[in-house]
Design a protein around this ligand. Structure first.
Ligand code: 5AD
Length: 356
């Protein structure tokens, strides 16, 4: 058996120097694929440990001003019943999360100013004073000034996927902004000292394996603290409703991508995202956690709103309470033999960065 240190040294020294090498890894099959998965899991174990930090997500509003072609809550989808939680409900939920060993609250919404930048700032401040939770926001593009204000309110982290690294494909899918705008926002967040997460969808219509490899290389180059990826799933009430995932005939690609991403970014936090379970019910996120991922994000959105936050179909939206769901998370982790994380689960990158 490989030793831990051998496996993580090799992750850095053996990583392909160019895109064609990454593409080759993404085409692994048979024994080579099994070996790729084993290496990704070994590097995850060596660099991130076995603990799985739990970041509980609250989808606090589905109001959205953007019209991204793939997304179920896009502005033009008039079938969506729009909702926004009030501050009290969000803070009450955050308080309960502490008892469920969820040490971070992820506040996610559509990309609209409905809630108000100041109201979000006050919400961050309240959660930071009334709980021990780390706070992550995922609410889209804003100005550097607004990000700075939220940081001053206590914000720890921000998630903003670049979705695809190909500028032309980005432009086709996003009528409301360019890839450059998005990368500028990521740069602003990083320079403000906010732990920054990004990521992409796998298999967007029009994506080639070259673009997929480039997505991984961009994550490596920008050295994000967290990277969230997941398969594109067509939503019937969007312009891409009739399209299929570019890897519909090769679903191993979703896991190969996770494994290569781990080898490209040995110390980033990589969540096993819900989209893996939407495609592979009950097993997708477990497999992701065995092939490079190290973070789990339980969904704490109140049951009565879950059906209204369908970015893609197949998202688990049962009638269970958040508490029941939280207990299922423990069963899942136990079945994987991995303990829930203790402590806030901050970036491993910023620990090394602040030490230099
Ligand atoms: N399929 C898969 N993922 C999607 N997202 C949005 N729509 C879809 C879809 N149809 C992802 C985007 C976004 C994240 C919150 O959800 O990557 O950043």
């Amino acid at each position: 058996m490989k030793t831990d240190s051998a496996s993580f040294q090799s992750a850095d020294s053996l990583f392909p120097k160019d895109r064609s090498g990454v593409i080759e890894w993404l085409q692994s099959r048979g024994d080579a694929l099994e070996a790729l998965y084993r290496r990704a899991d070994a590097v995850r174990h060596a660099r991130m440990g076995d603990e799985i930090p739990l970041r509980g997500i609250i989808e606090f509003s589905n109001a959205c001003a953007n019209d991204c072609l793939y997304c179920g809550i896009r502005r033009s989808n008039s079938k969506v019943r729009r909702y926004t939680l009030d501050e009290k409900e969000i803070v009450d939920l955050a308080r309960q999360m502490e008892a469920w060993q969820q040490t971070t609250v992820v506040l996610q919404s559509g990309e609209a100013e409905t809630y108000g930048d100041q109201a979000i700032g006050e919400l961050i401040r309240r959660i930071k004073t009334e709980t021990h939770l780390a706070v992550t926001l995922s609410v889209g593009n804003r100005s550097r000034e607004v990000y700075a204000y939220w940081r001053d309110c206590g914000l720890d982290r921000f998630l903003l996927r670049f979705e695809t690294s190909d500028p032309a494909l980005y432009a086709r899918l996003h009528p409301d902004g360019s890839l450059k705008d998005r990368l500028d926002c990521l740069q602003a967040l990083r320079s403000l000292g906010i732990q920054t997460g990004s990521g992409f969808m796998i298999g967007l219509p029009g994506e080639t394996i070259e673009i997929l490899a480039q997505n991984i290389l961009l994550c490596r180059e920008l050295d994000f603290d967290m990277i969230g990826i997941g398969p594109f799933i067509a939503h019937p009430d969007t312009p891409l409703g009739g399209e299929s995932n570019a890897y519909a005939n090769d679903p191993d690609m979703f896991f190969r991508t996770m494994a290569v991403l781990r080898l490209a970014n040995p110390q980033a936090h990589l969540p096993a995202t819900t989209a893996y379970d939407a495609l592979f019910p009950n097993s997708g996120r477990n497999l992701a956690l065995q092939r490079g991922a190290n973070v789990f994000m339980p969904n704490n959105t109140p049951a009565r709103y879950r059906k209204d936050y369908l970015l893609y179909p197949g998202k688990p939206c049962d009638d269970e309470t958040s508490e029941q769901r939280a207990s299922h998370v423990f069963l899942r982790l136990r079945s994987l033999g991995r303990p829930p994380g203790v402590g806030p689960g901050h970036s491993h990158r910023s620990q090394t960065a602040s030490a230099t």
